[in-house]
Design a protein around this ligand. Structure first.
Ligand code: Z5A
Length: 207
């Protein structure tokens, strides 16, 4: 049997890194062989593209150029890591995937969603996440949580950008059945319990 593809999404400060551990631990406890990875990144070339994407430049970074770099990294990651592992029966847990592209480049940057849909079909063929957990948080609260962190090019965007990103995720969650919204404004233990619950229900539905 092929593996399952699970992704975790959220705005900055929503607790993504912390809860990725919870997703992996819940799967391991269920006896599942898990591979953890992230986007942009996940292979040497894709990690190099991540560095370029998050770096500051002495020029405006064009939104379409940013979008194409995201998908170039994604293609490399899919072909060299994600697809072979899923085919071998391993479950892949990925920190962000294409729902992030719809939210950040689509709703945040204002690029036409049709560009992203076309790239999604070309680059990913039929691959889509089987389950995606979106940690939802008011960006003002998220910003406060990561105030002491050195910020990269994307994290330095205005609050308005992150409000649009959040609306993008919520719009997608209304349309896409693979997405589950989790309230990330409550204490971490409660968020993690909700994350573990969704993962356990998903595992039970697959066996
Ligand atoms: N990006 C894109 O634009 N397009 C794409 O297609 C893709 C990505 C795939 C890098 O991603 C950037 O790439 C990202 C989107 C863009 N840019 N932004 N902004 P990333 O995933 O590496 O970036 P990140 O959002 O900064 O990830 P992160 O650090 O893993 O997320 P986090 O949610 O901030 O994680 P955290 O470290 O677990 O939590 C932050 C702090 O909050 C920490 O001190 C926790 O202890 C605290 N926390 C967490 N939960 C709680 C609760 N419930 N209560 C109180 N405090 C909490």
């Amino acid at each position: 049997m092929s593996g399952r593809f699970i992704t975790l999404e959220g705005s900055e400060g929503a607790g993504k890194s912390t809860n990725l551990e919870v997703v992996c631990k819940t799967l391991v406890q269920a006896g599942i062989d898990v591979y953890r990875t992230r986007e942009p990144g996940g292979t040497p070339l894709a990690e190099a593209l991540r560095k370029l994407l998050l770096a500051e430049w002495d020029e405006t970074v064009d939104g379409v150029a940013e979008l194409l770099l995201m998908f170039a990294a994604r293609r490399q990651h899919l072909v060299n890591e994600i697809e072979p592992r899923l085919a071998a029966g391993q479950w892949v847990v990925c920190d962000r995937f294409t729902d992030a592209t719809f939210a950040y480049q689509g709703y945040g940057r204002g690029l036409p969603l049709s560009y992203i849909e076309a790239l999604e079909s070309w680059v990913q063929e039929s691959r889509r996440p089987d389950l995606s957990l979106y940690l939802d948080l008011d960006p003002k609260i998220g910003r406060a949580r990561i105030a002491d962190r050195v910020q990269d090019r994307l994290e330095r965007e205005e609050l308005m950008f992150f409000e649009a990103v959040r609306q993008g995720y919520l719009a997608r969650a209304r349309e896409q059945s693979h997405m589950h919204v989790i309230d990330a404004s409550v204490p971490l233990a409660e968020v993690s319990a909700a994350v573990a619950g969704v993962v356990q229900t998903f595992v039970a539905s697959q066996t």
